[in-house]
Design a protein around this ligand. Structure first.
Ligand code: ADP
Length: 718
């Protein structure tokens, strides 16, 4: 089972590992592609957003520079009356909400109109508070431009009255010169665009990106950085070193080399694109970090750029790869466990299947090698299977009988009613047992005992019939022989009984006449010689009578299977038997000592007399002249009676004790004084009474014969 489990589970686990590995690889590839494309699209979005913001500002600037109010103001011969322009600027500032300052500065650098946004509360700056800006780089750089040209300042922090305004206010100044009707340059319009808006748009565009958004100027300073402390390094003395070029030198090298791209290095995944804020006809200067310093350089569109960078740190990339791999690992573990359960069930089913197959194999071998004939038919009686024993017995091969009906074996000697009973049993789902006399292929008849039973399939529906048959031809023959022997035995018994009857009636009478006559003659004869002969005749005729009686009794006992008994006092029976031996006792001068005390009931048949008469006769026969025979009777445990007959005769050797009760077992034939039937009769009669008889040694010399007879039970004898 264990082996089978591993045989299924291991290859599946390895295969599954391989498949999951491949899926993991392709997943991690698509994950990588997803991250890369997401980052690229975010960078593109941010670039677009920056472009759109700046375009918007430039179109606002151009629109303002072409305002009717300007021309009215500039053409007026009087002093400037900037009121209308100021109110126009005011409503523009309010509506747009993206300009921190909107100014018109005259050609001498003096602010003429200025609207401050004031965090959503725009206001026209009173004339007295207007400032001279002639020294600022943006004024100078813008005033140099031609009509329609735009100056775009670097993105830096607003400086108010010589100091960096806090909270930090990133701005880009957009300026364009204003010309009067005669084409004379009369000043500049400057819009301080709130860089925060563009920065926020860039940041907002990166919220769904995997990494951090960065906006970096061409000097490698962060405008949007990993943290606020890293930003605007070029504006603060203490942050001068906070450049991407210092933190990710390798990455910056690559980023500054190309306009756009994507790469992975030790710092993570970098996706970048360059944004050029200057449109055609626009100019910028490098700006100046000092409030009134001139701009250090004039920049063309190519030189004024920012880098939008999306940076996914390496630990985030690793974390994603790790969560993907741990997800796959978990999935692998779960699937392994599931497959383990599945494999276990499969292994179990497989083992069971194998066991079932083995069982079927054994069963089919048993059927194939069975010494009985096995036939399986369908429900219509068409043969589907026969085993080799069938072929061996009938001579028909499987091919010959396949699809045929077993009636091909019919000999016509089986009763038609038997077939009817057979089919009645089978169709009602019961087994049928019976015998057939069938015919083999060679015409020979044979007998078989058959057991035919229906085979039931699912739903208890009969699908086949199974016949298991034994060849009983030999058995039948033996039965017939036995029947004939029984007849012969009956005949011989009848003859034996006839013979015994003849013996007891026709021999006993003449023998009795001989004995009686010899006794009469003995009484009359006084001659010793003649008396000797007469005594011989008398004794021999007595033996003859005893032999005839015993033989007759024994032959009757042999065929007797049970006896009817009735309760009698054994003391009375014994007294009657002893009286019969009066003559013989006198003759041998033997005395019998028997004085029964009380009653000794036992359930006996009159034939019990033959037990006592045989034992007493033997005691007299095998005892010397003038000896004593002691007869006693006593009740013993369980209500039985025990009779003992003790003599002082020759005794019986130990090795002969178990044989003397068998028929014709005389110890010394030459000294034989009897027929050898006496003790056999005793044993048979005692057995019929359910009692027991045996012999013991008399310690004073001689034998003691003991008989136990139960009070009840002889009637139960069989
Ligand atoms: P039998 O007609 O020879 O007496 P039994 O069957 O009565 O036949 O006895 C079988 C044998 O058992 C006898 O031949 C004898 O040898 C022996 N036997 C029986 N009773 C006695 C006895 N009381 N004393 C000695 N031997 C005995």
């Amino acid at each position: 089972m264990k082996k089978m489990f591993f045989m299924i589970w291991l290859p599946v686990s390895i295969l599954l590992g391989g498949i999951l590995g491949l899926i993991y690889y392709s997943e991690s590839e698509s994950e990588r592609i997803l991250i890369e494309t997401t980052e690229i699209s975010h960078v593109k979005l941010q670039i677009k957003s920056i472009g759109a913001d700046l375009d918007h500002v430039v179109s606002d600037l151009i629109f303002l520079s072409e305002q009717h109010e300007f021309h009215e103001m500039l053409e007026s011969t009087k002093e400037y009356s900037p009121k209308d322009l100021a109110s126009d600027f005011l409503s523009f500032s309010l509506r747009k909400g993206i300009y921190d300052q909107m100014r018109f500065i005259d050609e001498k650098g003096m602010e003429v109109v200025r609207v401050n946004y004031n965090e959503g509360n725009p206001a026209i700056v009173p004339v007295g508070e207007l400032q001279q800006k002639g020294g600022r780089y943006y004024f100078r750089d813008t005033l140099e431009l031609d009509k329609g040209e735009v100056f775009v300042s670097p993105l830096d922090l607003n400086i108010e009255r010589g100091k960096i305004e806090t909270p930090l206010k990133p701005v880009i100044r957009f300026g364009t010169p204003i010309f009067d009707a005669r084409g004379i340059k009369r000043g500049i319009v400057v819009l301080n665009y709130l860089g925060e808006i563009m920065i926020n748009n860039v940041k907002a565009g990166a919220t769904t990106a995997f990494g951090d958004a960065m906006l970096i100027n061409s000097d490698a300073y962060w405008l949007i950085g990993p943290s606020p402390e890293d930003e605007w390094g070029f504006m603060f003395e203490e942050r001068k070193a906070k450049k991407i070029a210092n933190v990710f030198p390798d990455a910056w090298h690559k980023i500054s080399e190309s306009k756009s791209g994507q790469f992975v290095n030790a710092g993570g995944l970098f996706t970048f694109e360059t944004v050029y804020p200057l449109l055609e006809g626009q100019q910028s200067s490098s700006g100046a970090t000092e409030p009134f310093a001139p701009s250090t350089d004039t920049l063309g569109a190519e030189d004024y750029y920012w880098k939008v960078v999306c940076h996914v740190p390496l630990d985030i990339l690793n974390q994603r790869a790790q969560s993907l791999s741990s997800g796959f690992l978990r999935l692998y573990m779960v699937l392994l466990a599931l497959f383990a359960v599945g494999s276990w069930f499969l292994a179990r089913a497989n083992v069971r299947h194998r066991k079932a197959e083995e069982k079927i194999r054994k069963l089919s071998l048993a059927v194939e090698q069975s010494p009985s004939t096995v036939v399986i038919t369908d429900t219509k009686g068409k043969i589907e299977y026969v085993n080799p024993k069938f072929t061996q017995l009938t001579g028909y091969s499987f091919e010959e009988v396949m699809g045929r009906n077993p009636r091909i074996l019919k000999s016509g000697r089986t009763d038609q009613g038997e077939y009817k009973r057979l089919w009645d049993s089978l169709t009602s789902g019961k087994e049928w047992r019976g015998e057939f006399c069938n015919r083999k292929k060679n015409g020979e008849l044979y007998w078989e005992a058959a057991s035919i039973s229906p085979i039931k399939g699912s739903g208890n529906v009969i699908t086949h019939y199974l016949a298991v048959k034994e060849d009983i031809t030999e058995h039948k023959k033996a039965e017939e022989a036995l029947e004939s022997y029984a007849g012969m035995l009956e005949e011989s018994n009848r003859l034996k009984e006839l013979f015994m009857d003849i013996m007891s009636h026709d021999l006993l009478n003449p023998a009795g006449v001989v004995r009686n006559s010899s006794e009469i003659l003995l009484d009359l004869e006084s001659d010793d010689k003649k008396r000797e002969v007469l005594e011989l005749i008398r004794n021999s005729s007595s033996d003859l009578i005893e032999t005839i009686r015993n033989a007759s009794v024994y032959s009757k006992l042999e065929s007797m299977e049970r006896i009817e008994c009735m309760v009698k006092d054994l003391g009375d029976t014994l007294k009657e038997v002893i009286e019969d031996f009066e003559y013989q006792l006198e003759d041998k001068g033997i005395e019998i000592d028997f004085i029964p005390e009380g009653k000794h009931p036992a359930c006996v048949h009159p034939i019990i007399r033959s037990v006592f008469s045989n034992l007493i006769s033997n005691a007299i026969k095998y005892s010397p002249h003038g000896s004593r025979i002691e007869i006693a009777i006593q009740g013993i445990d369980g209500g039985s009676q025990q009779v003992s007959i003790k003599d002082n005769g020759e005794g019986i050797p130990e090795e002969d004790k178990k044989h003397i009760f068998e028929r014709f077992e005389r110890l010394e034939r030459e000294k034989a004084k009897g027929t050898g039937l006496g003790l056999a009769i005793v044993r048979r009669v005692v057995d019929l009474h359910g009692g027991k008889v045996w012999v013991e040694d008399n310690p004073e010399g001689g034998s003691i014969f003991l008989v136990n007879l139960p009070l009840e039970g002889s009637s139960k004898l069989t």
